[in-house]
Design a protein around this ligand. Structure first.
Ligand code: FES
Length: 249
């Protein structure tokens, strides 16, 4: 059954913009992205919106819906009361390109700073690498990240302190570091980088990132806290520090 949906959508660009009201005819079973597409098709042909898979897997369609970061393609309209206005705004932490599209280049620039996977010599007698299933599972959780950047968007260090973007990479990148640092076959040591360049110490464990992750990655408990512990071991334990220094020589 169809009904009229009241929508309020942010329109504008880097120079500024405003919320505009629309009424869009929608049908039962539609998601927010469907309503945006209907709006685009019928009333606002030039509305900029980023999307790709429409299956919650590409991470492109993140926006703030009624003030909460969501994947628009996975947010059903029946989540809202009929008659309630659905307000859609771009992710606040990143600069607006146009309408609902933001420039998320910051995340890719930070990703370039992370040393890549560097496997050591094969651990098996047959020349193959071997690792325990428990290690596979640990790393696999982090690899579920779809780079929707909603965790970056809600992280108050990045959201409320523009200057901290220079010194803190944010939860998405912490998960990238965790994926590599906790890989038993990897030989790179990123702990100094984590502390000095990625700024792991700036995270104060409010867990807002974990709350919004659409893949339910336990970003704080399984990623950031163990990374903090590893960095603390490396930086503040004199015996561990001496061991690392000796290994380097
Ligand atoms: Fe791919 Fe929404 S369009 S996650």
């Amino acid at each position: 059954m169809g009904y009229d949906l009241a929508m309020r959508v942010w329109r504008g660009d880097a120079d500024g913009g405003e919320l505009r009201d629309f009424t869009v005819e929608v049908e039962e079973g539609m998601v927010v992205l469907d309503a945006v597409h209907r709006l685009q098709a019928t009333q606002a042909n030039d509305l900029a919106v980023r999307w790709n898979c429409k299956a919650g897997k590409c991470g492109s369609c993140s926006a703030e819906v009624n003030g909460k970061p969501r994947l628009m393609c996975m947010t059903r309209l029946n989540l809202f009361d009929p008659g309630e206005t659905v307000t859609i705004t771009p992710l606040r932490t990143f600069p607006v390109v146009r309408d609902l599209v933001t420039d998320v280049a910051f995340n890719y620039e930070k990703a370039e700073e992370v040393p890549t996977f560097a496997p050591g010599r094969p651990t098996g007698d047959d020349g193959h690498h071997r690792m325990q299933q428990v290690d596979v599972d640990r790393v696999q959780e982090f690899r579920k990240c779809i780079e929707c950047f909603m965790c970056q968007n809600v992280c108050h260090v990045l959201r409320d302190h523009e200057d901290k973007k220079k010194v803190f990479a944010g939860p998405r990148l912490m998960i990238r570091y965790a994926e590599l640092e906790m890989h038993p076959l990897d030989t790179n040591d990123r702990r100094d980088l984590l502390r000095e360049e990625a700024g792991v110490g700036y995270c104060n464990i409010t867990k807002c990132c974990t709350d919004v992750c659409p893949e339910h990655i336990k970003i704080t408990d399984n990623g950031i806290i163990p990374l903090k512990e590893r960095v603390a071991d490396a930086s503040f334990d004199p015996i561990a520090a001496l061991g690392r220094r000796l290994r380097r020589h």
